[in-house]
Design a protein around this ligand. Structure first.
Ligand SMILES: *Cc1c(COP(=O)(O)O)cnc(C)c1O
Length: 221
């Protein structure tokens, strides 16, 4: 049996300890509980334990569960952490509170248009392909500064921070440090980095949100 409530407390405690050890403010680290592909009763358990910040990686899947949860728990904060296609942009703008995966002009432009249409300006993060991996989403490191500028100036997006997923088989620390450096030189304060396997390192390197799934909800079905 997965004890979601105990897992949440455990992860929160580890975040706090690591933050304090490295001179980071633990209150500035948001725990995003990644609920993709999890049974609804586990998500419900997190809600009952008082947790309100969640992440989903697919618009369709999120649409199938969150409107119902929202009607029960109006203060839910939902982050899109997976790749977005432009034909899902309107739905994403209506459903999510933060979109963390803006990584190319086409999607930036479409999102800006949909936000205008819906009269709903939501913050976005730019996803950076921090390991330069061909199969991964994210803007290339060398294009990041220009793309951030373009999102702000040309599209008028409210760019709040950067998001990354470091290469699986490598030490994550240098990638977290690099993301932090790119954020700083662009005047961005938010850093979404760290998953179940490496969130403590991410906190050490200044993450303001960590995206933790299996360490809270157990293995995905
Ligand atoms: C699934 C997912 C996570 C959570 O992964 P876990 O290893 O289960 O913590 C975090 N970030 C993104 C982008 C994901 O797709």
């Amino acid at each position: 049996m997965t004890d979601v409530s105990a897992n949440l407390a455990n992860v929160q405690e580890k975040i706090k300890k690591r933050a304090l050890k490295w001179g980071q403010d633990p209150d500035k680290v948001k725990l995003i509980a990644v609920s993709k592909q999890q049974p609804l009763e586990r998500v419900e358990a997190a809600l009952q334990a008082g947790h309100r910040v969640f992440g989903e990686n697919r618009v369709q899947e999120a649409q199938s569960k969150w409107p119902d949860f929202r009607s029960q728990y109006p203060d839910i904060e939902l982050h899109l952490i997976g790749p977005l296609q432009s034909n899902k942009s309107a739905q994403a703008v209506a459903l999510f509170d933060v979109i963390q995966t803006v990584d190319r002009p086409k999607i930036a432009k479409t999102l800006a248009e949909e936000m205008r249409k819906a009269d709903r300006q939501i913050p976005v993060y730019i996803q950076v392909n921090i390991g330069g991996e061909p199969q991964k989403a994210g803007v290339a490191i060398e294009d990041a500064d220009a793309f951030i500028e373009q999102c702000r100036k040309e599209y008028g997006l409210q760019v709040e921070g950067l998001m990354c997923i470091p290469p699986l088989e490598e030490q994550p620390a240098p990638f977290f440090a690099l993301l932090s450096k790119i954020a700083k030189r662009n005047g961005l304060e938010k850093l979404s980095m760290g998953m179940s396997g490496d969130y403590e390192y991410a906190v050490q390197f200044g993450a303001t949100s960590v995206r933790v799934g299996s360490a809270i909800f157990g293995e995905r079905g």
